[in-house]
Design a protein around this ligand. Structure first.
Ligand SMILES: [Zn+2]
Ligand SMILES: [Zn+2]
Length: 163
């Protein structure tokens, strides 16, 4: 009977095939409660969408990484960048038990007693650019404090620790 056929099959508006109604997903807002595209067409569309976006997302990431790396490289060459990398090293040595040099610093009770901004201001005031220099504690048992540090060349530093 015609009526029975209409109830059990439906034409997909995407692929144009008549398919059993169980091949269509539910769509409460639609006339007969079924979506106008068959499940196969919808899943194909979803797959294509994500494939397209995957490529887009990878490209976005790639471009941004290049831009970010360029920015990082530039930043590292600035005064702030040089100070930041020394500050980070000190912080890790003193506070991160997984740092290879923690045993000489953090576990000996050596503490970091200035903030990045304090170190930055100190460098600016004292005309210190730590580029190519190492930070040395004047009193080897003292902490990393602004009146106990100096920036010296690796060579100078090596000879200080030989004494
Ligand atoms: Zn279809
Ligand atoms: Zn030193």
């Amino acid at each position: 009977m015609m009526a029975a056929l209409e109830e059990t099959t439906k034409i997909c508006t995407k692929c144009g095939y008549g398919k059993p109604t169980d091949k269509f997903g539910n769509q409460p807002m639609a006339k007969n409660g079924l979506s106008s595209w068959c499940k196969e067409c919808i899943s194909k569309q979803v797959k294509e969408y994500y494939q397209g976006h995957k490529v887009e997302a990878a490209e976005y990431k790639r471009v941004h990484k290049v831009r970010y790396d360029k920015y990082r490289q530039k930043y590292k060459q600035t005064l702030r960048g040089h100070i930041n990398s020394r500050f980070h090293d000190i912080k890790e040595r003193c506070n991160n038990p997984r740092h290879p040099k923690y045993k000489y610093y953090g576990s000996r009770g050596i503490k970091l007693r200035f903030t990045f901004n304090e170190l930055y201001d100190w460098c600016v005031t004292n005309h210190v650019n730590p580029r190519g220099l190492e930070v040395h504690r004047i009193d080897n048992n003292g902490h990393y404090e602004l009146d106990n540090i100096e920036f010296i060349t690796p060579k100078e530093h090596g000879s200080k620790h030989k004494e």
